[in-house]
Write a protein that binds this ligand. Structure first.
Ligand code: KG4
Ligand code: ZN
Length: 341
């Protein structure tokens, strides 16, 4: 085995609706990253159906693992450890990846590393640029909205979080109301680029003296606007409504991020998770940094690494490997796993 500084990890991610396996060197270099998305299967239900997700993971995991090994062109002997998402996520979905990882760990006699999915989203950034601490990460995904302060590798302090809906969840629900396909975030973002801000959407919690968020009221405000218009027989200007919603969301995120920068001095600011693809958030944060905090480096992973994938699990797993933070085969999936546990 190579020394503890170098690692070649086989990483597995199956927490929601992507089955993914990757081979990652030293937490930085992607040798392969195969992602099988189930989006089409869930589209007709307008959301992820947990049982359907688990079944797809079972069908895909062996094939995806084989493809990842073939593409990376590595032999089993060269692999140092198996890294896998332990949580948070859907329990049935997590169990498929975890069982595959335990099996490979046992059969190949390799250590097992349990990775937090949200740590994975943060470390996705490291696949492009080395992390410099202290840093601030904004995690924005379908299930999470969190501001995380990291003083060093592997240390997570949640300094702000949503009290209700995650940003991606609010986007998906508003998008569904406007008849956009699932997952609607991307389509709502596109629509928002065509409209004008003509509807009034409240900026929830923006004035409060904390770093927390609330998106459910903003989502309800859009819903009320649509229902009231329908009752009056008025036509909704979808693009304008999308723009108004997006401006409100960006305003809140930028305001709370500014407040976080005032309280925490950091070298880097990371925007990660599926919603990091959002054009309004990207523009708003770029403006904030260039005008008010030019000393901070803004890092956003490429779109392919913003969504769920196993490369990010391999990236986060490397640090645990260097610490020899290994698990036994008795570990279980942890659907509500905390980042700062
Ligand atoms: O991180 P991710 O792939 O899965 C979770 O762990 O949740 O995030 C998926 C979420 C979905 O809610 C999707 O609608 C949203 O990211 N999303 C977007 C955009 N692209 C994806 N939301 C807003 N604007 C986008 N451009
Ligand atoms: Zn995710």
């Amino acid at each position: 085995m190579t020394d503890q500084k170098n690692s070649l990890l086989l990483a597995i991610e199956s927490s929601c609706d992507e089955t993914s396996v990757a081979l990652i060197q030293n937490g930085q270099k992607i040798l392969s990253n195969i992602v099988a998305s189930q989006v089409k299967s869930h589209q007709r239900f307008g959301g992820v159906v947990p049982e359907v997700a688990s079944r797809h993971h079972v069908e895909q995991i062996t094939l995806v693992s084989r493809l990842a090994l073939e593409e990376a062109q590595v032999t089993v002997d060269e692999i140092d450890a198996i890294a896998v998402t332990q949580g948070p996520g859907l329990v049935g979905a997590l169990l498929v990846g975890l069982t595959a990882a335990k099996t490979l760990s046992l059969v190949w006699q390799k250590p097992l590393i349990a990775v937090n999915h949200l740590a994975g989203h943060i470390y996705a950034t490291q696949l492009q640029t080395p992390l410099k601490f202290p840093l601030l990460a904004l995690i924005v995904s379908g299930g999470h909205t969190e501001l995380v302060y990291m003083a060093q590798d592997g240390s997570y302090e949640i300094i702000g979080e949503t009290h209700d809906d995650a940003v991606g969840e609010a986007y998906d629900k508003v998008g569904r109301l406007l008849d956009l396909p699932y997952p609607a975030g991307k389509y709502l973002d596109e629509l928002a680029q065509e409209g004008e801000e003509t509807y009034e959407i409240p900026r929830a919690m923006i004035q409060e003296d904390n770093l927390d968020f609330s998106f459910s009221g903003m989502k309800s405000s859009v819903m009320n606007t649509v229902h009231n218009a329908q009752q009056r027989g008025e036509i909704i200007r979808s693009a304008d409504l999308a723009t108004s919603f997006q401006r409100a969301v960006v305003d809140v995120l930028v305001t709370k991020t500014r407040k976080a920068f005032e309280e925490y001095q950091v070298q880097q600011f990371l925007i990660v998770g599926g919603v990091a693809a959002n054009s309004g958030i990207r523009q708003g944060m770029k403006k904030l940094i260039s005008e008010e905090f030019p000393e901070v480096d803004l890092l956003i992973p490429p779109l392919s690494l913003c969504g769920d994938n196993a490369a990010m699990i391999g990236a986060a797993g490397h640090y645990l490997y260097t610490k020899k933070d290994f698990q036994n085969l008795g570990i279980n999936a942890h659907p509500g796993l905390f980042l700062d546990a």
